[in-house]
Design a protein. Structure first.
Length: 741
């Protein structure tokens, strides 16, 4: 045999032995950096900080020398990878063969794919070539090594245990790892590697050590989403290599009733991007005939034949919903005209969950003779409905006239019609009033705001009331803010006392009614009190309920609030695009002009106190409010237009009305004189709607019931403020009640 042949055989044998030593089992790992084989402990600590998850980065230093074959007391991490070193003579990519290691005999790769590990966890020992998986020990070609602060592992060792494919491309001089649809390419002595063609940078360059290809551990764990945990006391890195597919499912119905078709929506995936080829169920039924508790399990199988863990859900199959049963009774079967009818709702539901009752023709009384059909429809929480109708008979006899009946029996908070022309002939209650000091800031013009800007500017100290009512017509989503600035040399306190805010909503009357409703409730409970401290020169947002929700085009907001400050504060009410910083925007905003229709201004003495000691209710009488005659408009200024202002309708004024001598059997009602009105009043500290629900008192021929006195005279207190979006003036009516029959 000539010398060249001997040399070739010798070389081939050496290469084979190198691969035999280099073949190792391992799996992808967390971020890590390595130091040289005999690195000092300080470098090891740095490595742990890089590799270790944040929650586990408590590192204790010990001065111990690193050993290649056994774990040391250094708190280091290493990443092990190994190059694939063979290729075909023509330079094409070729599979790398995997000789067995002394610790555990393994099967060679097939079709470029390493023997599949058993899954579960793979434990790598720092500064050692020892690895453990499923109770078995494997040896890598080189130990998990720290080099220049970067943890390295032998690439061959990892792919053996994980079951990834590994090849070497002689043309590009790249080692290739294949995991499902993912392809990683590494080059010796380069920090750059590619993941599915995308170039990434490692913490250190790949290199070869004794014919073993070493790469930073984190390059594989990050690219292939392998999770890991650093175990400091044991000086190990534990990789989660569970390769089982994952199965799950959901049931679309929120409630399942016996006999209903059940809709299942499945979901499955493979960590190795393998195809899902099979599935199996336990306990699944297309429908369940009987009510009860059922457990359903679902599994899938990947193309490697591995089954997922069962995914189980326990469901409660309910007895089929029964529709509610509508039923009502009346206290009689036959009534006179004008005789009060009592309806008793007797509807039932198997779950006692009727959510809606809709009546038709359930008048409190009828004023024409003949049969009357009354209908009740009830709806349960599942949307099932049932209807019941009953016919009652109205005779030709009359008990009460239409007017007398409504005076006596229309419930508080509901309205009835009458001859509104009679109101102007009623005697006016000759009341007088006094004003309490409270500065009203009425920001209501331009009511429809067409552009960003300052809608109001004012300064105030002491007791202050804000009324803010605007419509967005800017064509974009906006927010409104109130900015308070302390331009005093001393710290100032701003106290929010009561708050009523409503909106955004497309309906001005709804916003106005709700804001007054919430304001009165806040007065009752004191629940909305807040306190802000402003240092000299400081600006803060106040009344922040205003800016919690952006206003869309055409939407309305309405706010009522009482406040107090111990020093004079400067207030700016602004409207800006929703994403703008109000403090940055304020210096650049224009002051907007009035719209020429609605009112704005600053008005002192905005709490009007009316105390009337003479008797009312012995004859029809009225107490006008907001008429600029008996109840004059507040006079103030428009601080931005530098003009006087008159508060038309006295919106924002709080009326405290005390009637100390209301005659027995007197109806107190609310009658609008300027148009539609929807609001509330506080009567003897009870909130009363004007009128109930979404119903407004729509014209001067309607009145809404506020209160009835009993058989003895009473003192009645009424708190009232005009609701934005409604019309003034209004009257409080006092009408003697007819005798009951």
């Amino acid at each position: 045999m000539n010398m060249k042949k001997k040399l070739s055989i010798f070389t081939a044998l050496a290469v084979f032995q190198a691969f035999a030593v280099g073949s190792v089992s391992a799996q992808s790992t967390p971020q890590s950096d390595t130091a040289s084989v005999n690195t000092a402990n300080v470098e090891s600590v740095e490595v742990l900080k890089e590799v270790q998850p944040i929650a586990e980065r408590e590192v204790k230093t010990e001065s111990t020398n690193a050993s290649l074959n056994t774990p040391t007391s250094d708190e280091t991490k290493t990443e092990v990878e190994k190059p694939a070193d063979s290729a075909t003579q023509d330079g094409s990519t070729e599979e790398v063969e995997t000789p067995a290691t002394p610790a555990q005999v393994e099967q060679p790769s097939v079709d470029g794919k390493s023997p599949v590990g058993s899954g579960g966890n793979l434990t790598l020992y720092m500064n050692s070539n020892k690895m453990e998986q499923d109770g078995k020990t494997y040896l890598a070609g080189q130990p998990m090594t720290v080099k220049n602060g970067v943890s390295y592992v032998a690439i061959r060792a990892l792919v053996d245990r994980v079951g990834y494919g590994v090849k070497y491309d002689n043309k590009t001089k790249e080692t290739i790892i294949i995991s499902g649809d993912n392809e990683l390419r590494f080059t010796t002595n380069s920090k750059d590697y590619t993941v599915n063609g995308e170039t990434r940078t490692m913490k250190g360059p790949a290199y070869q050590q004794k014919n073993t290809f070493m790469v930073p551990l984190t390059s594989i764990t990050q690219a292939l989403n392998i999770t890991y945990k650093v175990n400091q006391p044991a000086k190990t890195v534990v990789l989660n290599l569970n390769t089982k597919p994952v199965a799950s499912f959901t049931i679309t119905q929120k409630e399942i009733f016996a006999g209903d078709k059940v809709d299942y929506v499945t979901s499955s995936s493979s960590p190795n991007a393998l195809d899902i080829v099979d599935e199996r169920w336990t306990g699944r039924q297309e429908s369940f005939d009987q009510a009860g508790t059922y457990t359903i399990s679902y599994q899938v199988q990947d193309s490697n034949g591995q089954w997922s863990d069962p995914y189980s859900t326990t469901i409660e199959v309910l007895t089929p919903n029964l529709p509610p049963v509508a039923m009502f009774s009346t206290d009689k079967e036959q009534y006179k005209m004008g005789e009060k009818i009592t309806y008793t709702d007797q509807s039932t539901d198997d779950e006692n969950n009727i959510v809606k009752a809709a009546w038709e023709n359930n008048s409190l009384a009828f004023f024409e003779p003949g049969p009357k059909t009354v209908t009740l429809t009830v709806t349960d929480n599942h949307g099932a409905t049932n209807t019941y109708s009953k016919v009652i008979t109205i005779t030709n006899e009359t008990l009460y006239s239409f007017t007398d009946f409504n005076l006596l029996f229309t419930p508080v908070g509901q309205k009835f019609t009458f001859n509104g022309g009679e109101v102007t002939t009623m005697e006016k209650v000759p009341y007088t009033y006094m004003d309490e000091p409270s500065l009203l800031i009425r920001s209501n013009s331009p009511e429809t705001v067409n552009t960003e800007g300052i809608v109001y500017k004012e300064s105030s100290s002491g007791q202050t009331r804000f009324m803010i009512h605007h419509v967005n017509n800017t064509g974009k989503r906006v927010k409104m803010y109130v900015i308070a600035t302390n331009n005093n040399p001393n710290p100032a306190v701003f106290e929010q006392q009561n708050m009523g805010f409503a909106g955004p909503t497309p309906y001005a009357t709804v916003a106005g009614k709700l804001s007054i409703d919430k304001w009165f409730k806040s007065i009752q409970t004191g629940a909305d009190q807040k306190k802000e401290y402003l240092q000299p020169g400081e600006s803060k947002l106040i009344l922040t309920e205003l800016n919690k929700t952006p206003m869309k085009e055409g939407q309305v907001i309405s706010l009522y609030s009482d406040a107090y400050s111990d020093y004079s504060l400067d207030y700016n009410v602004i409207l800006v695009e929703e994403n703008k910083d109000p403090f940055e925007a304020l210096p650049l905003l224009p002051v907007l002009d009035r719209d020429g229709v609605h009112n704005r201004g600053t008005y002192p003495n905005a709490t009007r106190v009316i105390t009337y000691d003479q008797q009312v209710g012995t004859k029809p009488a009225r107490l006008p409010l907001g008429d600029n005659s008996s109840d004059p408009n507040l006079v103030g200024t428009d601080p931005m237009a530098y003009t006087d202002a008159s508060n038309a309708g006295n919106f924002g004024v709080l009326y405290k009305i005390t009637l100390n001598n209301v005659a027995p059997r007197t109806l107190i009602s609310f009658n609008p004189r300027g148009g539609k009105y929807s609001g509330v009043a506080l009567v003897n500290n009870q909130l009363v709607a004007i009128a109930e629900g979404n119903v407004a008192v729509s014209n001067s021929s309607e009145q809404s019931v506020l209160y009835r006195t009993g058989l003895t005279g009473e003192s009645v207190t009424i708190l009232f403020s005009a609701a934005p979006g409604s019309n003034l003036p209004v009257n409080l009516l006092f009408t003697p009640l007819p005798s009951e029959k």
